[in-house]
Structure formats: C-alpha cells, structure tokens
Design a protein around this ligand. Structure first.
Ligand code: SAH
Length: 350
C-alpha cells in the first residue's frame, strides 16, 4: 500500500473523521491488501462492541402499492406487471406472532408509499403490536411522511425508522427519481425522524446507475455528520420492468469495502448484511458479517406475497416459510462463528 492509503487507513482506525477526497481515494484504490486490512479491522472493532452477536429483525413487507416512481425500484407505480397486495392488521399480527415464537424481538414494517394506510390505521396497527409484544421493538420503513405523521406513529409505539437517503448528492438524486420527488424533502424527513426521537437508519444502494465514487463519498460524509443509529447499504440490482433494466448491478467487493468503512466510521453502528447482498452472491451475507455488519433481516412476510415484493430481480428467500429462513440464517451464521441472538438489539448510540 502507498503512503497516502496507509495514512488514510490509520486515520480511520483511530476514529478520526475523513475528508471527502480521502473517502474518494479509498473507494477508488482497488487495492486488495487495503480491503483485507479494513475488513479485519472492522471485524475486530465490531467484536469490541457487539462480540460475535448478530441481531435479527423480522421483515414484514405489508404492501407493495407505491405512489412513487423511482427509476430503480421494481414496485414503482408505473410497473403494470407488478401484482399488488396489502396485508390486513390481522395478517400483520399473525406475522408478529409467528416471528415472536421464532425468536424475533424486532419487527420491521416495510412497504411502498401507500396512502391507503393513513395515520389512523397505522397507529392502530402499531398500538396492537406494542400491546401484544411489549418487549419488542417496532421499526417502520414506509417512506416520506409529514413531521406530524412521524410524531403520531412514534407516540403510538414505533421505536425506529429506516429511510435510506438513496444518495446524498442532489444531482445524482435527480438521476434516480422523477421530478415530483425531492432530495431536500428526503433529508428533511431524516432530520425530523431524528428530532422526534426515533432510532434512525439511513443508507444507499452501492453501484446504483450513474453513481460515482464522489457520490458515495458524499454519503459517507453525510453519515459522519448525521450520526444515524443504523445504515442500510446493499448492491443495486436491476429489475426487468424498470427504466434501468439494462444497467449493471453493484458489486460484492465494493459493498463489502463500504461496510468495513462504515463500521470504522462509527464502531457502534447497526449495520445489516442485506438481502440484496445475499442475492448477488450465495455467501454475500456471510461475507457482509465478516466485513463488519452485525444485523440480518430475515423475511417474516406471508409466503404467498413474497414474490410480489420484488424490488429487484432474483431476490432470495421468496419461497421459504419464515421458520425455514430463520433456520437457514442460524446455520449460516454458526458456520462462520457468529451467534444469532434473541434480543431487541437497540442501538448503543442512544
Ligand atoms: N418505500 C420505503 C421502502 C423502500 S424499499 C422507502 O421509501 O423507504 C427499501 C429499499 O430497497 C430502498 O430504500 C432502496 O434503497 C432499496 N431498493 C429498491 N430498489 C432496489 C434495487 N433495484 N436494487 C437494490 N435495492 C433496491
């Protein structure tokens, strides 16, 4: 490794903030020794704070209706080939019941931006989960809403919110989204969520169309400043029914590198090895954990809707029962010496 790279990694290893240009140098370096060093260091740092524990979150994909038209996403409103579904409150509670028995202590309600679920309905769903499962965390991942809506859902019992910024660069944001959507609003939503008191997760797709190393460096700079509790990153994967159907996918290597960098930027971060990482490589999630991730989000959605929540092509875990997914994740983690725990897994940063 050359002197500049060694200096930058030293800074990262000592918890010093990096400059935009330093992130760009790391991202562009393509140096396998550097990647290995960062991965090893990231694993050590994670063990310091989380031992070899891996937290699981039960993902309930409760609607694939969406009013947005993001160019990369398979459930965008213009995709007429998507077969749409909505889960009822009872369906959702059944997923939670099933998940609780399997050891989940966090439920993540994720969906497209579907106005059918207004604040009253969501409040009612959240209240019911909160009352039945007082020892569980409730995470929402339902896109952009008003400050008041976020506040009501928080007061109803939601603890956490995942809202990826997708890209922390205004001009890149415009390349990924139609004009009706706004970068400023997304950022404002993230700030609102934090000020209300949610544990907040942001994040982005690695290798999304037109993304440059400079763009990713912007995301990393944003994360250094914003100090989220969680960061979700995974490779971009094309979906055949989107305007980006002929673009190329993000890579395993780049995603792993960024996971390690994130772990070193914020040692106490909750960092999932995502389903998309498991989709581009059969051992992607294991490699993600070894590179510094500490969360896995197995699917708790009813089996009959899973193939319909197709954000990208060939998404894994769409055929199995939830119990099967949990067994599979437990085995995978044990095979690399990590331990899936039954725990809410709250952020140590709160
Ligand atoms: N409507 C919610 C949930 C979106 S789905 C919201 O706006 O937050 C969750 C995440 O899946 C998105 O934030 C996006 O980063 C990711 N995603 C969507 N399409 C994808 C694709 N083609 N490849 C990889 N990830 C994708």
């Amino acid at each position: 490794m050359n002197n500049t790279l060694t200096e930058i990694t030293e800074k990262l290893n000592h918890g010093q903030k990096l400059k935009h240009s330093e992130f760009v140098t790391l991202l562009k370096s393509n140096n396998s020794e550097l990647r290995e060093n960062l991965s090893k260091k990231a694993d050590q740092v994670r063990r310091l704070h989380f031992d070899n524990n891996v937290y699981i979150r039960g993902l309930i994909e409760f609607t694939n209706y969406c009013k947005n038209d993001c160019y990369y996403c398979g459930i965008r409103k213009s995709n007429k080939n998507a077969s749409r579904y909505r889960l009822t409150k009872d369906d959702i509670l059944e997923c939670c019941q099933n998940g609780y028995k399997l050891g989940f202590r966090t439920f993540v309600l994720q969906g497209g931006e579907d106005p059918y679920y207004n604040d009253d309905m969501l409040e009612d769903i959240i209240f019911s989960i909160r009352n039945s499962y007082s020892d569980c965390a409730i995470t929402l991942s339902i896109g952009e809403r008003s400050f008041n809506s976020y506040k009501r859902l928080f007061d109803a019992g939601a603890d956490r919110y995942l809202l990826r910024e997708e890209t922390a660069d205004n001009s890149h944001y415009k390349m990924l989204h139609p004009d009706e959507m706004s970068y400023d609003n997304r950022m404002e939503c993230l700030n609102n969520l934090k000020s209300i008191g949610y544990q907040v997760g942001c994040g982005f797709m690695v290798g999304s169309p037109k993304q440059t190393a400079e763009n990713i460096a912007n995301d990393l700079m944003f994360i250094q400043e914003f100090r989220p509790h969680m960061v979700g990153i995974g490779p971009y994967i094309t979906h055949v029914d989107t305007p980006f159907s002929t673009e190329s996918n993000g890579t395993l290597e780049e995603t792993l590198l960024i996971i390690s960098i994130l772990r070193l930027i914020e040692p106490k971060l909750l960092l999932p090895a995502t389903t998309s990482l498991g989709t581009i490589h059969p051992l992607g999630r294991e490699m993600g954990i070894k590179a510094g991730a500490n969360v896995i989000m197995p699917n708790l959605s009813p089996t009959n809707v899973r193939k319909k929540y197709m954000l990208y092509d060939n998404k894994i875990c769409t055929g199995d029962e939830s119990a099967e997914c949990v067994r599979c994740v437990n085995t995978k983690m044990a095979s690399i010496g990590y331990n899936v725990v039954t725990d809410r897994g709250d952020s140590p940063l709160i």
